[in-house]
Design a protein around this ligand. Structure first.
Ligand SMILES: C[S@@+](CC[C@H](N)C(=O)[O-])C[C@H]1O[C@@H](n2cnc3c(N)ncnc32)[C@H](O)[C@@H]1O
Length: 372
């Protein structure tokens, strides 16, 4: 119990590296580095400094207009001008790019590292994945908006490979032997973003997905590869799967939109269809999201800090993106007390390092095992 106790409360650096994703990095060529980053606090990020194998290359301003980001983060003015966009020439003999944040008061802190050597060593494999993914169908902007809250189809498509590679890393770090994962369920799969990724990286796995949204499910059933079996499910259990059917069930930003009452009922249903010794990976909104979404409602923040949980939205909106729930780690551990916590990655961080590509923005990632 209380394995999550000694972790940082939340990482105030909120970001997205939109290009280049791992599988799109070009060697001995110019690469466009673009995305956004802001500090969830008083200090504003002024620029990024980039080092190639420890040697300073250049610095780049963080000032590009990003109304889309600002729209989601009303509490931080700087989110509106959090864009960066610059070119970097990447040589094949380069090993690591290091990015550093410079704040407007002159202070600095490490941002993240891009492991160029590792990407180069996997280039043949990443190229293969890239070719395969471009031949698959992709949803249009309106469908993308239903699950991601943005209309950028390219960003959606490019997030699939890094996302699934990242999910694999969370699982491996939690002690999951992926060779023993033969069947998985993506609960709340939307248009099957990550199912497509698993189909590419683990073609022998049996892949299932379910979602309550009829529009998304109808698209998924028509457009995902045949090996992926999707069905439309209901807001509440049961699901039409056998007892002990799955080795792994994952929920990417799904309990973030279900009431606590519904979550408790779903946990029992997920336990029923999960094998003994099987795993659940899920992402949840933590304190960062509470402080952003309730910046004008201090009593909600207080409730979260004392109870470890809060939610907002009308019960008729349950399951939709504007119904929000927020979990502190200790609360989550208790909620899943029939399971064993085997992995906790606050804001998606691994070993206290930011990952380049998060699976669900700054949400916390948990891995639980179904006790034998
Ligand atoms: C934020 S979207 C994430 C979609 C997908 N997991 C991804 O990462 O692309 C949340 C999804 O959960 C689905 N959902 C919410 N409650 C659900 C429930 N009780 N059963 C099945 N799906 C649900 C929604 O319809 C929506 O597609």
């Amino acid at each position: 119990m209380q394995k999550t106790k000694n972790f940082l409360k939340y990482d105030p650096i909120v970001y997205s590296l939109e290009t280049p994703k791992y599988h799109l990095l070009q060697f001995d060529a110019n690469n466009r580095f673009s995305g956004w980053v802001f500090n969830f606090g008083e200090k504003k990020i002024d620029r990024l400094k980039v080092y190639n194998d420890g040697e300073f290359v250049d610095h780049f301003m963080v000032e590009g207009l990003r109304e889309d980001v600002g729209g989601h983060v009303p509490s931080i003015l700087a989110a509106k001008t959090s864009g960066f966009d610059f070119n970097l020439h990447i040589e094949k003999n380069s090993k690591q790019l290091t990015f550093e944040i410079i704040f407007d008061d002159g202070s600095k802190e490490p941002f993240f590292e891009f492991d160029v050597a590792k990407t180069l060593s996997q280039q043949a494999y990443l190229n293969q994945l890239r070719e395969k993914i471009t031949s698959l169908h992709k949803p249009d902007g309106d469908l993308v908006y239903l699950t991601q809250g943005h209309y950028n189809v390219e960003e959606y498509q490019n997030s699939i490979i890094p996302g699934v590679l990242n999910m694999r890393q969370y699982l491996e770090q939690s002690g999951v032997d992926l060779n023993k994962v033969h069947s998985l369920l993506d609960f709340g799969c939307g248009s099957g973003r990550y199912l497509t990724g698993w189909h590419l990286v683990a073609p022998l796995m049996t892949l299932y997905g379910c979602d309550l949204n009829a529009i998304l499910m109808s698209w998924a059933q028509k457009n995902l590869p045949n090996q992926i079996k999707c069905l439309r499910s209901n807001l509440m259990p049961p699901l039409p799967y056998h007892n002990n059917q799955f080795d792994l069930i994952y929920l990417i930003s799904v309990f973030t939109h279900l009431s606590l009452k519904a979550q408790k009922i779903w946990i029992q249903e997920l336990k029923r269809i999960l094998k003994k010794g099987g795993y659940i990976l899920l992402t949840l909104h933590g304190e960062l999201y509470v402080r952003n979404n309730f910046w004008k409602e201090p009593q909600k923040v207080e409730e979260f800090l004392s109870r470890g949980f809060t939610e907002n939205g009308a019960s008729s909106d349950e399951g939709a993106n504007h119904y929000g729930t927020y979990h502190a780690p200790e609360f989550t551990e208790k909620l899943f007390d029939e399971f064993q916590l085997v992995g906790y990655f606050p804001n998606g961080r691994i070993d206290n390092h930011r990952t380049l590509f998060q699976i669900a923005q700054s949400q916390d990632v948990y891995v639980f095992q179904n006790n034998e």
